[in-house]
Design a protein. Structure first.
Length: 116
């Protein structure tokens, strides 16, 4: 697993936010379908494990993010559950994949800014 932080916009509880999501990322691998059967295996898709989320309100004309919102544990849990499903999960997989690919050429993982 590779630890990355990605930035994304999201809708949470009917409001727009900017989120920094710290996650562990496994890029997966392609299937091996040729050669002796003992050397073949199925493909495995990329996976993420969300470790932490920081939120800022996404305000018009905002130039700096400032201090992230303080979220109680139960709200942090709700946010993680939302990010583990559907479009948000796919967007995080794509962002993590892009950062992972870029980090193979850099000194290490980098942060990204990704709009909706």
């Amino acid at each position: 697993m590779n630890r990355l932080t990605v930035r994304t916009g999201l809708d949470f509880l009917g409001r727009d936010f900017i989120a920094d999501v710290e996650l562990d990322f496994s890029p997966g691998y392609e299937a091996q379908t040729y050669g002796p059967p003992e050397n073949c295996y199925p493909a495995e898709g990329a996976e993420i494990d969300i470790l932490d989320v920081q939120l800022w309100p996404d305000l018009p004309g905002q130039k700096e993010l400032g201090t992230p919102l303080e979220l109680p544990a139960w709200l942090q849990t709700c946010l993680r559950e939302q990010l583990q499903e559907g479009d948000d999960y796919e967007r995080l997989i794509n962002l993590a994949s892009e950062n992972y690919a870029d980090s193979m050429w850099d000194e290490g993982p980098r942060r990204s800014r990704y709009g909706r």
